[in-house]
Ligand binder design. Structure first.
Ligand code: AMP
Ligand code: MG
Length: 340
């Protein structure tokens, strides 16, 4: 029987206690949750997603005391970051305690933990005694879900219940930090900006990003978060943004291509006319992450739009990068992986 979709945390908690899978809303993306301390439940997650066993899971907890039971070491840096940003889109990597099954951490001696910021999921966490292991609720390597419908579209027959918490407000996975004494290393860019973390710590973060075979960030595959269509950057990310005038000179968009814009900022009447012509005459489909160029809104729209490219039947989509600051860096990270 296909899963029910609803807002009943009593049903959700009862299913989780029985070792079942429940999709949960968070501020980042929807998670595919199960009892993170129970081996069979955790196995169910890997099977439902077709997730390779080398890709460790994040444990979602209700509070700092529960987080502390899962680790061997909790230092001042962890405490400062947790107090500043939890509940929120920040995952901390710390040495794991014996309570955490090796399957959760893919055999690593460290474990990933966060408190998600969504009222429904926080209420659910109050009803259960265990942390929730929850990777994104999508088949492995596809775009993460940011609505209950996204989850249902792909996993309705593989989960036992979908808790519908509306649209994810941040829409990009958490920022992952490995705690290294007084400082921290960024393993994945995400929904919390590096600048915000550096402000709280009062020092720059180290970064170890995008390395397929890096043992410090297992599972950070370059090709990830990807729609089926081919995504092609219009210019190199490290170059200045392509000017509208240069875009107009590109002879690309004549036969049913997709064009993904970051915003309409700086566009004049001539460019508007050109875009309309592309859409009407060339059957080019035009997508905009946020018309006014609000980075947070663009981030929240990103995964819905990547799914739309596929459901609209786009085969090739040319795209602009986001500004390389704040959450724009996380947007660009996902665009890079989707296009690699
Ligand atoms: P997600 O698929 O968004 O739930 O994020 C899970 C990601 O967290 C994995 O793909 C890893 O990159 C990262 N992660 C989880 N546990 C660890 C760990 N112990 N050490 C390093 N990275 C981890
Ligand atoms: Mg994922």
């Amino acid at each position: 029987m296909p899963a029910q979709i609803g807002i009943d945390i009593a049903i959700a908690s009862a299913l989780l206690r029985q070792g079942k899978l429940v999709a949960i809303p968070t501020e980042t993306v929807y998670g595919l949750a199960a009892n993170g301390l129970d081996l069979k439940s955790v196995l169910g997650i890997f099977e439902a997603k077709n997730r390779p066993r080398f890709d460790p899971l994040i444990l979602h907890v209700r509070d700092i005391p529960m987080a502390k039971t899962l680790v061997n070491e909790w230092n001042d840096t962890a405490q400062t970051l947790a107090e500043a940003f939890w509940p929120g889109p920040l995952t901390l990597i710390l040495p794991k305690s014996d309570m955490v099954p090796d399957l959760v951490t893919a055999g690593n001696s460290t474990v990933a933990i966060r408190i998600p910021s969504h009222p429904l999921t926080l209420a659910l966490l109050q009803l259960i005694e265990f942390p929730l292991a929850a990777p994104s609720a999508n088949p492995f390597s596809y775009v993460s879900p940011t609505t209950a419908k996204h989850v249902a579209d792909q996993l309705i027959d593989r989960v036992d219940y979908i808790l519908d918490g509306g649209e994810c407000t941040i829409g990009i996975e958490s920022t992952i930090l490995a705690i290294e004494g007084k400082t921290a290393r960024v393993l994945r860019l995400g929904g919390l900006s590096i600048e915000a973390i550096e402000t709280v710590l009062g020092q720059p973060l180290l970064e170890t990003l995008h390395q397929n075979s890096n043992p410090q960030s297992p599972g950070q595959l370059d090709h990830h978060y990807a729609p089926r269509c081919k995504l092609i950057p219009l210019y190199n990310k490290d170059e200045p943004q392509l000017s509208w005038a240069e875009l107009l000179k590109k002879p690309l968009f004549t036969s049913g291509f997709g064009l993904l814009l970051f915003s309409k900022q700086g566009m004049g009447a001539e460019e508007e006319f050109y875009l309309t012509k592309l859409q009407v005459a060339g059957k080019t489909k035009v997508y905009i992450l946020d018309e006014l160029g609000d980075i947070a809104k663009a981030g929240a729209n990103l995964f819905s739009i990547l799914r739309l490219l596929d459901s609209d039947g786009c085969k090739e989509v040319y795209f602009f990068w986001a500004p390389e600051i704040g959450l724009g860096r996380a947007i660009n990270d996902r665009l890079m992986r989707a296009s690699s």
